[in-house]
Design a protein around this ligand. Structure first.
Ligand SMILES: Cc1cc2nc3c(=O)[nH]c(=O)nc-3n(C[C@H](O)[C@H](O)[C@H](O)COP(=O)(O)O)c2cc1C
Length: 194
């Protein structure tokens, strides 16, 4: 199996909803003893889905709209059926891993699922790092914590991240960034756009 070399990898976990539809959410995952560790907060749809249906997909995608979209109400991404499990993977995935969740710890506030890799599939090559993509991921993390962070911290971090957006963003990153800025605006946080 391909190793997750860094401590935490930001991926999209696609689980199966009660009604059989794909549900995709950004999660930070890690690897321990060749198993993938997923830790969804409670309450969340991913937690409920993984508890009920012990199978899921880890999608490795550079389409950061999927990350930003999960936090801003844009969740309707094309999916394809899996090979080894009952589930779906993102059409935009560069590669994906199909997991069977062998272990489950119902911890608070974060549950812990340990997934055995059943199969791995590569669809497209990795074309290198893009700073705007990283900026969108970081801004998405900020948006997921809007309720707990001081406004000043959000203003400072967005001012810094927007430099990478201005210099290196393509259309997908600009669209994702726009959704996140709208969400920050709706929370009543004023950003300096000079
Ligand atoms: C980069 C990134 C990493 C995240 N990692 C986690 C995680 O490990 N666990 C978690 O519960 N939420 C994580 N979140 C927040 C969830 O994606 C977000 O709350 C989402 O709405 C999941 O909720 P749902 O399963 O109800 O859709 C992360 C968000 C981002 C942008």
């Amino acid at each position: 199996m391909a190793r997750l070399e860094s401590k935490i990898h930001e991926v999209i976990v696609t689980s199966l909803s009660n009604n059989g539809e794909a549900h995709s959410a950004p999660m930070g995952v890690s690897e321990v003893n060749a198993h993938i560790i997923i830790q969804p907060f409670k309450p969340s749809s991913t937690y409920e889905n993984l508890k009920r249906h012990r199978q899921c997909v880890i999608n490795y995608t550079d389409d950061v709209r999927v990350f930003a979209g999960a936090l801003t109400g844009h969740r309707d991404w094309p999916v394809l059926p899996c090979n080894s499990i009952d589930g779906y993977y993102l059409e935009s995935a560069l590669s994906h891993t199909e997991l069977y969740l062998e272990q489950f710890e119902d911890n608070n506030p974060r549950s812990r699922f340990e997934g055995k890799v059943l199969s791995e599939h590569t669809h497209a090559p990795f074309r290198g790092f893009n700073r705007a993509q990283s900026a969108v991921i970081d801004a998405a993390v900020l948006v997921s914590r809007l309720h707990m962070l001081p406004h000043e911290k959000i203003q400072q971090e967005i001012a810094y991240l927007s430099i990478a957006i201005e210099k290196t963003a393509g259309e997908r990153e600009l669209e994702a960034w726009g959704w996140l800025m709208d969400k920050i605006d709706q929370a009543g946080i004023i950003l300096n756009n000079d």
